[in-house]
Ligand binder design. Structure first.
Ligand code: ADP
Ligand code: TRP
Length: 309
């Protein structure tokens, strides 16, 4: 069976960018590694609540649900990968470059792609399901795997970035990526938002000026294009349908329909989550723990043989 991995940092909230950029692209016909990346959250905060929430969102997919810190094989693997990696490759990472001028920045931001590469390579997954902001980290993992295979003989599957249905959802108040840690949080739709919060956030969402787009794909106005992308994903309507339905109209009817669609989507998801108890997550994690350990131990054994350590 083809192996696929997705990983999300266990911070307290999940927004529609995380959901449509990563989670909803999972496919149960693969052997899925469903990783709750709590060690990656150490540069910010680890949230127990967030950990459970991710567990509930990933629960319905086929595969292994696991928490990064429960499997020390991953951090073990990350050190030899670190020693084999030219520091220049890390310094080139866009995500690091965007943080590096912060005072007393944690070394975790620089080494982060190596831990992520270890997460991926230890599974032998050929598919990695993430938003486009992580694409560079997948390329980095590919390079590291190729370099290791060339030096020590074939050891790691070369992973591939899988293009998402919504690779980059923008913050509704700016044209930056929607993010739970950066930007105006009134421009971020969280899956836990109440109908009133959604109504307010869509009301104040930036739209540029003019009428609804007649050619969404080629429209230069990023803000309204972003709202159309969200509407299309949430309702399942094609761009063509949206163009026809709202031709020559102002933004107000569209915004009202988008609000209704988002409220309906989040309330369904909230119900789905509320039907999964913390005990169900704990049980699934326990069931998958040994399976994951067996897979990881085998990989580490092979890796140690290659390295002669
Ligand atoms: P955040 O940037 O909000 O802190 P994470 O780093 O935890 O989110 O990302 C979890 C997953 O969600 C990753 O696969 C990431 O690529 C994806 N993702 C995050 N933000 C967006 C977005 N705005 N649009 C699409 N995908 C996103
Ligand atoms: N770094 C990813 C993010 O911030 C999360 C992540 C950690 C991940 N390990 C992974 C994603 C392994 C895919 C595979 O979004």
């Amino acid at each position: 069976m083809i192996k696929s991995i997705t990983g999300l940092r266990a911070t307290s909230q999940v927004h529609i960018g995380n959901y449509f950029g990563a989670i909803s692209n999972l496919d149960s016909s693969y052997e899925n590694f469903l990783l709750i990346a709590n060690l990656h959250s150490l540069t910010d905060e680890i949230s127990q609540e967030g950990l459970m929430l991710l567990g509930k969102l990933l629960f319905s997919y086929n595969g292994y649900l696991y928490i990064q810190s429960n499997h020390p094989q991953v951090t073990y693997l990350s050190w030899p990968l670190t020693c084999d990696c030219p520091v220049g490759e890390l310094l080139r990472m866009t995500q690091y470059k965007s943080q590096k001028d912060k005072q007393n920045i944690s070394a975790g931001y620089l080494y982060y792609p190596l831990l992520m590469a270890a997460d991926i390579l230890i599974t032998d997954a050929s598919r990695v399901v993430v938003g486009v902001d992580q694409k560079q980290h997948i390329e980095f993992a590919r390079n590291r795997a190729q370099a290791f295979n060339n030096k020590y003989g074939y050891t790691f599957t070369i992973p591939e970035y899988i293009e998402s249905k919504a690779p980059k959802i923008l913050n509704l108040r700016s044209n930056d990526k929607m993010s739970k840690s950066k930007g105006d949080q009134n421009g971020v739709i969280f899956i836990s938002d109440t109908p009133d919060q959604i109504q307010y956030k869509i009301k104040i969402a930036k739209t540029d000026s003019g009428l609804m787009p007649i050619d969404i794909l080629n429209d230069k106005r990023e803000s309204i294009k972003n709202l159309c992308l969200i509407f299309s994903i949430v309702t399942g309507k094609s761009y063509n349908q949206i163009e026809q339905e709202y031709k020559n109209t102002s933004f107000s009817t569209f915004k009202s329909d988008l609000t209704d669609a988002l409220i309906s989507f989040t309330s369904q998801l909230q119900t789905q989550i509320s039907n999964i108890s913390n005990d169900m997550i704990t049980k699934r994690l326990q069931e998958n723990q040994q399976q994951i350990d067996a897979i990881f131990d085998k990989k580490i054994q092979d890796f140690r043989l290659k390295l002669k350590i």
